[in-house]
Design a protein around this ligand. Structure first.
Ligand code: HEC
Ligand code: HEC
Ligand code: HEC
Ligand code: HEC
Ligand code: HEC
Length: 184
């Protein structure tokens, strides 16, 4: 946990600087465009990937910071969000009520109960770090996340997470197809 805090802290100053700099040139039109996609309410906060990873170019691993060193990519804790969304910082021009929820979770010391989307069965082992090290991009498996609004389901252009999908890529790229490598 401590390592995660440190990792979140070190990138913060530069990422926030970049965000504030880029933010200066934004127009109203762009706000309306990204806000319009947020219709469904199945996530506790309507978190837009296109705004963060697309428009403001925040690196995937700034938030999913364990992807390169752990089995799980990880969902960032609310502390990562509050670094930019604290009172007096980014308030949200099109959906301030969603940013207000971020502050409420932080103040009440409650983890945000995100609904999980990508999941394989418990008998399967999927190590993010091995794929990141082999140079497989996030988009190869999750689609163009930086262009997506609120994530609700597995992207149509992403894999179906079934065994055939894993094995055919392993065959293509010369990775192991040994049963015990993927199964406990
Ligand atoms: C500002 C922080 C932030 C950035 C930057 C970010 N994400 Fe996320 N990501 C989140 C949060 C919070 C969630 C959980 C809510 C959700 O599912 O949208 C999430 C969820 C996801 C999920 C679904 C996880 C699940 O539930 O199975 C994927 C896949 C994902 N992100 C990929 C990416 C990729 C790829 C990028 C870069 C193009 C990226 N993210 C950039 C914060 C971020
Ligand atoms: C590095 C800075 C940064 C981090 C970290 C960050 N955000 Fe943001 N966020 C922004 C910026 C910039 C905007 C765009 C604000 C705007 O257009 O007014 C934004 C917009 C939003 C919006 C939409 C607001 C609107 O008006 O449309 C929500 C909701 C949001 N963020 C939630 C989160 C959550 C949840 C996290 C943590 C998982 C997070 N943010 C992490 C910078 C950040
Ligand atoms: C080779 C395909 C592949 C690549 C590349 C990949 N993922 Fe994943 N991702 C998956 C699979 C499969 C799952 C479900 C894993 C599970 O259930 O254990 C997943 C789950 C996730 C989750 C859910 C929560 C978690 O901790 O695992 C997030 C977030 C995520 N990926 C983000 C990313 C990001 C960011 C990148 C790039 C740095 C990335 N993924 C690269 C296939 C991939
Ligand atoms: C788009 C291509 C791609 C997909 C899809 C993919 N993998 Fe991989 N996988 C790789 C590559 C490349 C490596 C790295 C091989 C190496 O390090 O030599 C790898 C490595 C692994 C390893 C480590 C193998 C070892 O030798 O220790 C495991 C376990 C694994 N993948 C499981 C999975 C599972 C489970 C899925 C499906 C849910 C999956 N992979 C989907 C490309 C993929
Ligand atoms: C590259 C990773 C990978 C390899 C190698 C692999 N599997 Fe799988 N296997 C999976 C995934 C992913 C699933 C689907 C899990 C899910 O539905 O969430 C799966 C599912 C299964 C299932 C459950 C039935 C089903 O189809 O969903 C069985 C049984 C199985 N595998 C046996 C094997 C055997 C035997 C081998 C060796 C010949 C093997 N697997 C090799 C990844 C792999």
């Amino acid at each position: 946990m401590k390592r995660k805090w440190l990792a979140a802290g070190t990138g913060l100053v530069s990422a926030l600087g970049a965000v504030l700099f880029l933010g200066a040139g934004q127009t109203q039109e762009e706000d309306v465009a990204s806000g319009g996609e947020q219709e469904s309410q199945s996530q506790p906060i309507q978190f837009p990937h296109d705004t963060h990873a697309g428009q403001f170019r925040i690196d995937c691993q700034y938030c999913h910071f364990s992807a390169e060193r752990s089995v799980d990519a990880g969902i960032p804790p609310v502390e990562t969000c509050i670094g930019c969304h604290r009172e007096g910082l980014v308030a949200g021009r099109t959906h301030p009520e969603e940013v207000a929820k971020v502050r409420e979770f932080f103040e009440s010391n409650t983890p945000i109960p995100w609904r999980r989307i990508y999941k394989v069965s418990d008998h399967v082992r999927f190590p993010h770090l091995r794929h990141v090290a082999a140079g497989v991009s996030c988009q190869t498996c999750h689609g163009q996340v930086q262009e997506m609004g609120v994530l609700e389901s597995v992207a149509p252009e992403a894999g179906d997470l079934k065994m055939g999908w894993c094995v055919s890529c392993h065959l293509e790229r010369g990775a192991s197809r040994d049963c015990t490598v993927c199964h406990y």
